[in-house]
Design a protein around this ligand. Structure first.
Ligand code: NDP
Length: 460
């Protein structure tokens, strides 16, 4: 007998995440794995007919390029249950009605998610129910801890799936293969050989109408506290013996526990800035403070840089520079590893030698190794040349990759509770320093490269 389908209950089925990311992600998952069995149940407080919900699912699958032959049975089987997730009776009925195994996916505003979890704690869920949560996981360290305590009163930790879709990006997962399956790289992934690591996610996109969310978050929380620190964890963790979720997540949590602002000084170790009017790719971008829905007094940063150190034997003294921002002149989404110079370069060559660099481009996926090699002409003159490999098209959207693992009950590609707390522990002193105005909010024109002088390691 074929396995029973997993029931994916999307709470917040009428929202932006469901339409733009979740359903298309599911479409690409089914495209890559057409025999996978999933039943899609939408739940939201808006009134929708079964046909309207099925049309939403069908449209999202079509957008994802899913074949009709694979899409139609899933669409026809999809169901909508009008539910206010804060109404105890309605949630109880929904939970009792859906067939196991069940994933309850919270595509809800964060405050509603917290209240809905409290309600689930009261009513209880059948054993084996999985909870999938979107960030933010709390809004500070204390609330993250409280949310974790509450979730554990509903289901065990391995049934909680905290989502960071970056963990479904093939180029980020590639870090694991690249690091641990190459004799060439494995021994040099240490402080003895690596001088610095930059993890950069610069976008040309500006606010694009997302003030409601972004103005309350800013670049530090939107990107660095979540995605970039997770990349750092994959980059810097010790070698796992297997790819078992418990082991990999323990190693990620271990390395995150070693992370602190550079010099343990959140003021020196961080920079923030906000864009002013300018133009990006010929598009006029207004001053951030004048964008609709922005509260200029909040001083939300649109570009942030955090230099961190890792207090462990492998990485002591190596700066990790995390940077992300919006409305920049050119996109830059990459991890750049700069190696230390060789112990000795034969006299006569050294003037031309530049440091070796390994560049992992996140979008589109590519790996480049910059090495000093013989230039044309004089055999003793070296120049930097690139060894370049494209990673090719990913098999599905990152949301599809993460969702597939959740539907299989494998937490490998999601964030464990202790990791989520560490992510807050790392940035909280920085947020406090910023709120106290100890770090000035600089400005940069939209379309520029950002303020001058960033990307350096603070002294002392
Ligand atoms: P939306 O506000 O677009 O969607 C939330 C949905 O939940 C809406 O349809 C809303 O209905 C519904 N809802 C609210 N309260 C209830 C309730 N009591 N009962 C039932 N349904 C309810 O939010 P997003 O889709 O943008 O975000 C959802 C989550 O995903 C958030 O945690 C966000 O941080 C996260 N996220 C979003 C991303 C995005 O790009 N959108 C990216 C990454 C994470 P109504 O419209 O009537 O209020």
């Amino acid at each position: 007998m074929a396995d029973a389908p997993t029931t994916l209950v999307i709470l917040g089925a009428s929202g932006d995440l469901t339409r733009r990311l979740l359903l298309p992600g599911l479409g690409t998952l089914l495209s890559a794995e057409p025999t996978r069995r999933v039943r899609v149940v939408g739940a939201d407080r808006v009134e929708l007919s079964q046909e309207e919900w099925r049309t939403k699912v069908r449209d999202a699958f079509a957008e994802a390029g899913l074949d009709d032959a694979v899409a139609e049975p899933v669409v026809e089987d999809a169901r909508y249950v009008r539910t206010d997730v804060l109404q105890e009776d309605a949630v109880r009925a929904l939970v009792e009605e859906v067939a196991a195994p069940v994933v309850l996916y919270f595509a809800l505003p964060p405050s509603v998610t917290v209240q809905a979890c409290a309600l689930l704690e009261r009513i209880g869920v059948p054993a084996g129910t999985r909870l999938a949560l979107e960030k933010p996981f709390g809004n500070d360290l204390e609330s993250a801890r409280e949310l974790n305590r509450q979730l554990l009163r509903v289901v065990p930790e391995n049934d909680v799936f905290r989502i960071d879709h970056f963990l479904g990006v093939n180029t980020i997962l590639n870090l694991i293969g690249l690091r641990f399956a190459n004799r060439l790289l494995q021994p040099i992934w240490t402080r003895e050989h690596i001088e610095k690591v930059e993890i950069v996610y610069d976008e040309t996109l500006a606010l694009e109408g997302r003030a409601g969310y972004y103005d309350g978050a800013g670049a530090l929380l939107d990107m660095i506290q979540s995605h970039l620190l997770e990349i750092l964890a994959f980059f810097a963790m010790e070698a796992p013996a297997t790819m078992h979720a418990d082991e990999v997540r323990s190693l990620k949590a271990q390395v995150l526990r070693s992370v602190h602002p550079w010099g343990h000084d959140p003021v020196k170790g961080s920079r923030r800035a906000r864009y002013t009017a300018g133009s990006v790719d010929g598009r006029r971008v207004p001053d951030y403070a004048a964008e609709e829905g922005v509260d200029a007094g909040r001083q939300t940063e649109t570009l942030a840089e955090l230099v961190v150190q890792l207090d462990n034997a492998r990485w002591a003294g190596v700066p990790f520079i995390l940077r992300s921002g919006k409305a920049l002149g050119s996109p830059r989404k990459e991890v750049v590893v700069t190696f230390r110079p060789p112990a000795h370069v034969p006299t006569g060559l050294e003037d031309t030698v530049e440091p070796d660099r390994l560049v992992l481009e996140l979008k589109p996926g590519a790996v480049t190794l910059d090495l000093s090699m013989n230039a044309e002409g004089n055999p003793f003159e070296l120049e930097q040349k690139e060894l370049h490999a494209e990673l090719g098209k990913p098999r599905m959207l990152p949301y599809g990759e993460v969702l597939g693992a959740i539907l299989d009950g494998d937490p490998l590609l999601t964030i464990r509770g202790d990791e989520a707390e560490e992510l807050w522990r790392i940035v909280e002193p920085v947020l406090q320093a910023w709120r106290a105005h100890a770090v000035p909010l600089q400005e940069y024109a939209a379309g520029s490269a950002g303020p001058a002088g960033w990307g350096t390691v603070p002294r002392g």
